[in-house]
Design a protein around this ligand. Structure first.
Ligand SMILES: C[S@@+](CC[C@H](N)C(=O)[O-])C[C@H]1O[C@@H](n2cnc3c(N)ncnc32)[C@H](O)[C@@H]1O
Length: 273
């Protein structure tokens, strides 16, 4: 199990998906930021910012006198974030390559620490939760937006979906990734010292035509090579399952139920203990 494991990979197609997804999630993130009372001039950090993430939204919230640090481990992904920041003239955004578990940023130096859809893709999410709380100044805010695959399914059911989800879960488990971390993200942050914790649950259905309906197909494409290399399945069988799944999702009468998302936010106490 490599310490650098990241479930969804850094292919260009994945970053394109993340850029589109950031647009889809902008409303929810805006709602979350509204709860936090982020002052103009604030110093904020987004861990695992991806090629876009919430950088533009945070940039607008803190204003020209504020600072947003976007921290991302993937080199190519970071390069795409640099293009995004330059193209959008986000002059108050600073991008750094680093590990969200040990950022090297001074503890207690941020008014807001945020991470979205990072814990659900990596082993040892508690280490990132600890770093999130450590980075916040006393009285500062910590906010997270994570997924939990618990409700993730389609109806009517599809044997190909079920088999592919079994494979996806086994692959994740092998690498220490908890696909169900969303529901315990409040606990990870509490154990790391966060207080005044609040939680907002979000779940969707993706009917035919919804832009996120095929998300599970994309995830399996992302891990295809690893599944084959690990000998979990033969290419022919995998391709057959994918064909079956895509055909199922093309049906009008099939409903996809999303992951459950948990937005969790709280404050770092002024005095520990
Ligand atoms: C699913 S993407 C989400 C990106 C962005 N937060 C968003 O919501 O659009 C997760 C990102 O976290 C990054 N990541 C994973 N593990 C990391 C780590 N230990 N340190 C920094 N970034 C990490 C990945 O490279 C990827 O870009």
């Amino acid at each position: 199990m490599g310490t650098d494991f990241y479930l969804l990979g850094h292919e260009s197609a994945e970053d394109q998906r993340l850029i589109r997804q950031a647009q889809d999630l902008a409303g929810e993130t805006s709602w979350l930021f509204d709860q936090l009372d982020i002052p103009v001039g604030a110093r904020a950090i987004d861990l695992g910012c991806g090629p876009r993430g919430v950088l533009d939204q945070l940039s607008a919230r803190v204003g020209p006198s504020g600072t947003v640090v976007g921290l991302e481990r993937g080199e190519d992904t970071l390069a795409r974030a640099r293009v995004f920041v330059a193209e959008h003239g986000l002059h108050n955004v600073e991008l750094i390559q680093g590990d969200a578990r040990a950022t090297g940023q001074p503890p207690g130096s941020f008014d807001l620490v945020h991470a979205r859809l990072v814990l659900v893709n990596v082993p040892r999410p508690e280490e990132i939760a600890r770093e999130m709380v450590a980075l916040a100044r006393p009285g500062g805010a910590v906010a997270s937006h994570e997924a939990d695959y618990w409700p993730h399914r389609c109806d009517p059911p599809c044997p190909a979906w079920d088999r592919l989800f079994e494979l996806f879960q086994a692959h994740s488990r092998d690498h220490g990734v908890d696909l169900f971390v969303g529901s315990r993200s409040h606990r990870l942050l509490r154990e790391a010292g966060l207080t005044d914790i609040q939680v907002r649950p979000i779940v969707y259905v993706y009917p035919k035509g919804h832009p996120r309906r095929e998300i599970f197909v994309h995830f399996i494409q992302n891990v295809r090579t690893e599944l084959l290399e690990a000998g979990r399945i033969e290419a022919k069988e995998l391709d057959g399952l994918m064909t079956e799944l895509v055909a199922h999702l093309a049906r009008e009468d099939v409903l996809v139920i999303s992951h459950m998302f948990f937005q969790v936010w709280g404050r770092k106490p002024h005095h520990a203990g």
